[in-house]
Design a protein around this ligand. Structure first.
Ligand SMILES: Nc1ncnc2c1ncn2[C@@H]1O[C@H](COP(=O)(O)OP(=O)(O)OP(=O)(O)O)[C@@H](O)[C@H]1O
Ligand SMILES: [Mg+2]
Length: 388
C-alpha cells in the first residue's frame, strides 16, 4: 500500500531559518554565457526572495539576467534547492535577487485545484500538466496529479509507471483512494484515473458521494491538485474546469486550436465559470509570435465575451519534448536547461503568483469537491446544446 508522506512539505531541510544573512552559498549556473559554480553570500532574506552578492569570476561580475534558472548549494551539503533570478542591481553593491522555493515561504492556505484543459486535442495538455506538476513539486509543495482524461489517459505511461489500480477500484469499493496513489518523480503523487472516470457522469448518487468523499480526503495532504481533464466540451471536461479553483486552457498557435480554445472559454463563461481562465500557448516559435497571438485572442475574448483572460505564459516548440516522451521521462528532468524547461519554471512561478488576481466572483461557499459533486448531480451542462 502506498502511503502519503506525513512530513508534508518537500525540500525537508529548507526553511527560512536555514538561510541566514552572511552565510556563504554556491550558485550552479548552466546557461549561456555562464556555466559553472560561483561563490556568493546572503545579504537579505524576506518572505519570497533571497538577496545575494553578485558573484565574480576572475575579477569580472557574473551578470545573470532575470529568469535565469540556477541551483543553490549551502556550505552544509544538505542545503540545495532550485531557484531563478528575479532581478539584479548594482547599488550599493552588485546583487542578485533570487526566488525562494515555497518550502521556505509562507504556507499557502487550503488546497488549490488546477484543471488543465483545451478545446482541441493533442495540443500538449498532458505534457504541460506533468511537467508543471513536477516544477511545483520541486518548489516544496505537496502536489497531486489526477489523470481525468477519458479518451487517452496516459500520465502513467508517459512517466513509465504501472499502476495496479485506478479510480474504478475506488468507485467499486475495492480500494481506498490512498491505496491507488502512486509516487512519481520529485515526490509528485499520481492518481490514476483512466477507466474509473468513464462512468463518472452516470454514477449513482451513492457512488459519486463515495468517490467525492475519498477525493476530499486529499485536502489534508495536498497543497495543489492538478487535473489533466482531456479536451473538448464534454461534461467531464466542463465539470472539472467549472469546479476547479483555476482553469488553464492550453492552445497551440494553430487556427483550429485557437478557435476551439475560444469556444471552450465561451462555454465556461456561459456556465458561470467563477474565475478568469488562464491561457497557455504551447509550441511557440518566438516570443514575438506568443505576444502577437495572445494579444489577439485576449482582445477577441474581451470584445465578444466581455471577459478577461490571464496570459500565463508559453512553451517553446522544443525537440527535447518528443525525445523525452520517447524515453518516458518528463522533459523538465531529462533536459532541465532546455528552452521548454525554462518556460515551465516560469509558468509555475506565474501560476503561484497570479492566484489572487483571477477570481471574478466572491469565493464560493464550497470547496472544489463539493462543487464537483453538485455539478455532476445537477448537471448544469445539460441545458447547453453545445455540450456533448
Ligand atoms: N512544446 C512542444 N514542442 C514539441 N512537441 C510538443 C510540445 N508540446 C507537446 N508536444 C508533442 O505533442 C504531442 C501531444 O502532446 P500531449 O499528449 O501532451 O497533448 P494532449 O493535449 O494531452 O493530447 P490529448 O488531447 O490526446 O490528451 C506529443 O507527442 C508531444 O510530444
Ligand atoms: Mg493528454
Amino acid at each position: 500500500m502506498e502511503t502519503i508522506p506525513q512530513e508534508g512539505r518537500g525540500g525537508g531541510f529548507l526553511t527560512r531559518d536555514t538561510l541566514r544573512v552572511g552565510d556563504n552559498l554556491i550558485l550552479r549556473v548552466n546557461s549561456s554565457p555562464y556555466q559553472g559554480y560561483y561563490k556568493t553570500q546572503i545579504t537579505a532574506v524576506d518572505n519570497q526572495t533571497l538577496t545575494v552578492t553578485m558573484p565574480c569570476d576572475k575579477g569580472k561580475l557574473i551578470l545573470l539576467s532575470s529568469n535565469t534558472s540556477l541551483e543553490v548549494f549551502g556550505c552544509n551539503d544538505k542545503l540545495n534547492f532550485r531557484s531563478q533570478v528575479l532581478t539584479r542591481g548594482f547599488k550599493p553593491h552588485p546583487y542578485l535577487v533570487l526566488l525562494l522555493p515555497l518550502a521556505a515561504q509562507q504556507k499557502p492556505a487550503g488546497t488549490r485545484v488546477i484543471a488543465v484543459t483545451s478545446g482541441k486535442g493533442g495540443v500538449g495538455k498532458t505534457t504541460i500538466a506533468i511537467n508543471l506538476a513536477i516544477a511545483l513539486s520541486r518548489q516544496g509543495l505537496r502536489v497531486f496529479l489526477l489523470d481525468a482524461d477519458l479518451g487517452t489517459a496516459n500520465i502513467d505511461v508517459l512517466l513509465n509507471l504501472r499502476p495496479k489500480y485506478n479510480l474504478s477500484h475506488v468507485i467499486k469499493r475495492q480500494k481506498e483512494l490512498l491505496d491507488i496513489i502512486i509516487e512519481g518523480p520529485e515526490r509528485l503523487r499520481i492518481i490514476p484515473g483512466s477507466s474509473g472516470l468513464n462512468e463518472l457522469a452516470n454514477l449513482k448518487e451513492e457512488d459519486l458521494n463515495w468517490l467525492i468523499y475519498n477525493l476530499a480526503s486529499l485536502e489534508q495532504y495536498a497543497d495543489i491538485i492538478i487535473i489533466d481533464t482531456g479536451s473538448g466540451v464534454n461534461k467531464n471536461v466542463i465539470n472539472f474546469a467549472l469546479a476547479a479553483n483555476d482553469t488553464v486552457v492550453v492552445s497551440t498557435p494553430e487556427p483550429h486550436a485557437l478557435t476551439d480554445a475560444y469556444a471552450l472559454i465561451k462555454i465556461l463563461d456561459e456556465l458561470h465559470h467563477r474565475t478568469f481562465p488562464y491561457l497557455v500557448l504551447n509550441r511557440i516559435n518566438t516570443f514575438r509570435e506568443y505576444s502577437r497571438i495572445s494579444r489577439k485572442l485576449s482582445t477577441v475574448i474581451n470584445q465578444y465575451l466581455n471577459l478577461k483572460i490571464v496570459n500565463l505564459g508559453y512553451i517553446f516548440e522544443d525537440h527535447v519534448i518528443p525525445k523525452a516522451n520517447k524515453k518516458l521521462e518528463p522533459f523538465l528532468l531529462a533536459y532541465p536547461y532546455a528552452p521548454a524547461s525554462r518556460c515551465i519554471d516560469i509558468l509555475a512561478h506565474n501560476l503561484l503568483n497570479s492566484h489572487k488576481t483571477v477570481h471574478k466572483l466572491p469565493s464560493s461557499r464550497y470547496n472544489f469537491f463539493m462543487r464537483l459533486k453538485e455539478l455532476f448531480l445537477t448537471n448544469p451542462t445539460e441545458h447547453k446544446s453545445a455540450v456533448r
